[in-house]
Design a protein around this ligand. Structure first.
Ligand SMILES: Nc1nc2c(c(=O)[nH]1)N[C@H]1C(S)=C(S)[C@@H](COP(=O)(O)O)O[C@H]1N2
Ligand SMILES: [Mo]
Length: 309
């Protein structure tokens, strides 16, 4: 077997490395007696050991890694898709803490190193659907957000969870422009946040998150439009009242709190019936709840999804 340090930088692309690593994981699954396996990639700076979770694996072909890391929305680093990859180098991801606070019995500030070890890291291949009409398929690394929430013991009156991105106009020069009400804020209902699909995300394609994808820690909510998946978060607040997200504040008619992917409810400026998978030529139909209806449809029983968009 070959270790990262045996392979010369120019020999293989990161994507090929991810593939060979996946093959390696498969073969060790067959040969390891213990259920848990440790992959000896510690020498690989930036590498993360994660076991693929087959329960959360979109069958779609993953979007090439270079697209995932070069076509981004991250307004803190500029408004065009190329800006974050070019500008996010100013973000300092160590040291980093996430304060989990509010209506909880045991508020706690988690160091990023603690978060990396809080629960076994899983690889989950999720579809990501942006409200602008494009989508990707991304092999994320992380674990269910519920693992963190149960540690702080939410109180009975906690009904919503608010996510807050770092506020630092020097590291995040986009915050010097009043594009949004900074810091970027998003939110979920507590039952949505506790749904196992909601991922506390620390990496992608076998490595720690690149800055442009929300390093060192972000949320990924795959049945909602991409803007719900807040990047580079420093706080998770359990609250009684529905938080007002940055996008709701900027344009309440366009961005609702729920933002569930729904091909039947159009955005005022964009039809949501179809989407372009990055890399594809033709558009494909958008799926209700981005295809995750079986896991999350019951959360919205009885709700009028045209009004609570
Ligand atoms: N803090 C912050 N988080 C953010 C955004 C942003 O501008 N700032 N953009 C959102 C949008 S619109 C999308 S589509 C996804 C894109 O995630 P990706 O670049 O990792 O694909 O991030 C979301 N999270
Ligand atoms: Mo988006």
């Amino acid at each position: 077997m070959r270790y990262r340090s045996d392979i010369r930088e120019n020999e293989i692309t990161p994507q090929a490395l991810w593939r060979s690593r996946r093959e390696f994981l498969k073969s060790s699954l067959l040969t390891t007696a213990a259920g848990l396996i440790t992959v000896p990639f510690g020498a690989w700076a930036g590498g993360l050991d994660a076991s693929p979770n087959a329960r959360f694996k979109a069958e779609d072909e993953p979007t090439p890694r270079d697209k995932v890391t070069s076509y981004n929305n991250f307004y803190e680093f500029g408004a065009s898709k190329e800006d974050p990859a070019q500008n996010a180098g100013t973000l300092k991801t160590r040291p980093w803490t996430v304060s989990v606070e509010g209506e909880v019995n045991k508020p706690r500030i988690f160091d990023i190193e603690t978060l990396l070890k809080l629960a076994p890291l899983e690889e989950r291949i999720y579809r990501l659907r942006c409200v602008e009409g494009w989508s990707m398929v991304i092999p994320w690394i992380g674990y269910s957000l519920g693992e963190v929430l149960k540690q702080v013991e939410p109180r009975g009156n906690a009904k919503f969870v608010e996510f807050v991105t770092l506020m630092d106009p020097v590291q995040m020069p986009g915050q010097q422009q009043e594009v949004l009400d900074w810091p970027y804020r998003e939110g979920l209902r507590l039952d949505e946040a506790m749904n196992p699909l909601t991922l506390l995300t620390l990496g992608l394609y076998g490595e720690v998150l690149p800055n442009q994808n929300g390093a060192p820690v972000r949320i990924v909510v795959p049945w909602k439009y991409g803007f719900k998946s807040a990047k580079s978060i420093v706080a998770i607040r359990l609250v009684e009242k529905m938080p007002v997200s940055s996008w709701m504040k900027a344009a309440p008619r366009e961005y609702g709190f729920y933002a569930n992917v729904n091909p039947e409810v159009d955005h005022p400026r964009w039809s949501q019936a179809r989407e372009r998978r990055i890399g594809d030529f033709l558009k494909r139909p958008t799926l209700m709840f981005n295809g995750y209806g079986e896991q999350v449809g019951s959360l919205y029983a009885g709700m009028d999804l045209t009004r609570q968009f």
